[in-house]
Design a protein around this ligand. Structure first.
Ligand code: SAH
Length: 392
């Protein structure tokens, strides 16, 4: 590990909620030890596939999370507060501040709950089904400074809505948009189907690798934008594009990797399941004036099966599946499509190992493996792997 990767060794902050929350497994552990543990985990799981470069850590591994969520509660006196579900349960632990969350978001969350009593607004109670405000979700744009506040309510009827919006905007003029999301189901999902923009555009924008992205409440966006740029630059370096390639960006979210790669490719085909994310991607491409990219809303596996059946060609495939990894359908079609290079971005080394075993048994060779610490204080680690078709 080089010196760049070791930061904050003296400054290992402790968190008062550590034992109850369960979100961060490594708080209190010096950051260099956290990185060493992640390196070791990746080495154990993936060492047999290829060379593992030193994990890229953060200079300042705190307050990086751009997406902040709180479960809303009211105490006996009617004061609102937010907390998080205790790991593995539905008990809420009151949280007044978090070491990894964006500080601006934490302050806004406090202010929202601080207004509840004077507005006679009750927190929703999961057991009785009584009450109004369920969750607060805040998304921040690191480079643009934009802030989206999402108020998740149990019913669409929002008493004193305009006054509430006015009051919170007065306290936080930095908020650029407010959305009411209605979740009237008894579910562990935070966001419901229906949404109403109460103020601003209904989404935020952020800039990564020089491109501007649009992020709606339900679209996936990496939680640590500083490290995301490092991750994407590595993915692009592994792809080694020359401007002539047909590129697939699978599990593309709001189209970040594909749009960033588009300058160096002939054309990009992006596929993503979430309709809101695809909409963000299409509008983002237009805003960035990118013309050589197409977006499809589909299951990535089924999309690849159809591409392989039509005998279409792709030179490079970026794949960035969710924690569960990819599926057989996707991997079998990838093998049939025979792209010269596959760049696999993964937030779960266990499923990455499983998928790499399959791909390396079917004509691919893993090259470099680059772990990136996207989630300091937690045990999670992101990796990007370069795969080439054997014989190329
Ligand atoms: N590459 C993007 C998103 C990665 S997260 C980025 O870096 O921001 C994984 C994405 O896969 C999410 O947007 C999720 O909605 C999407 N997804 C999950 N299952 C999928 C499937 N079966 N087919 C296509 N996309 C899927």
């Amino acid at each position: 590990m080089n010196d760049n990767n070791i930061a904050n060794t003296k400054d290992n902050k402790t968190c008062p909620y550590h034992n109850k929350c369960g979100g961060c497994q490594y708080t209190g552990m010096p950051y260099d030890r956290q990185l060493a543990a992640k390196q070791e985990k990746i080495r154990n799981l993936l060492g047999s596939f290829g060379k593992i470069d030193p994990v890229i850590g953060m200079e300042e591994p705190y307050h990086y999370r751009n997406k902040v969520h709180g479960v809303v509660c009211t105490d006996k006196k009617g004061n609102g507060y937010t907390g998080i579900y205790q790991a593995g349960s539905h008990r809420v632990v009151k949280v007044e501040g978090c070491l990894i969350e964006d500080r601006r978001a934490d302050q806004i969350m406090h202010s929202v709950t601080g207004l509840m009593k004077s507005f006679k607004m009750k927190a929703y109670n999961e057991d009785t089904g009584y009450g109004f405000l369920r969750h607060i979700l805040i998304r921040t744009g690191r480079q643009t400074g934009q802030i989206l506040l999402v108020l998740v309510t149990a019913s669409p009827v929002f008493p004193s809505r305009n006054h509430f919006v006015k009051a919170i905007r007065k306290l936080h003029p930095e908020i650029t948009s407010i959305v009411q999301n209605v979740n009237d189901r008894s579910t562990s999902m935070i966001l419901g189907e229906k949404q109403k923009v109460l103020f601003g555009k209904g989404y935020i924008e952020d800039i990564l690798c020089g491109k501007r992205f649009r992020i709606s409440p339900k679209s996936f966006y990496q939680v640590n934008p500083l490290q995301t740029e490092i991750l994407y630059n590595k993915a692009l370096e592994f792809a080694g594009l020359t401007g002539k390639e047909t590129v697939i960006d699978a599990y593309s979210g709001i189209g970040t990797i594909g749009m960033i790669a588009s300058d160096q490719a002939k054309e990009v085909i992006s596929v993503e399941l979430n309709g809101d994310a695809v909409r963000d991607a299409r509008l983002g491409a237009r805003q960035n004036n990118i013309r050589n990219i197409r977006f499809y809303q589909a299951d990535a596996g089924e999309f690849m099966v159809a591409m392989a059946a039509r005998k279409e060609q792709a030179d490079v495939v970026f794949m960035d599946p969710p924690r569960a990894g990819s599926d057989r359908k996707f991997l079998d079609s990838l093998i049939r499509l025979k792209p010269g290079k596959v760049v696999y971005v993964s937030c779960n080394p266990e499923t990455l190992k499983r998928d790499l075993s399959y791909l390396t048994a079917h004509g691919y060779r893993a090259g470099k493996i680059q772990p990136v610490d996207m989630f300091p204080m937690t045990e999670h680690v992101e990796s990007v792997v370069k795969l080439t078709r054997a014989g190329l």
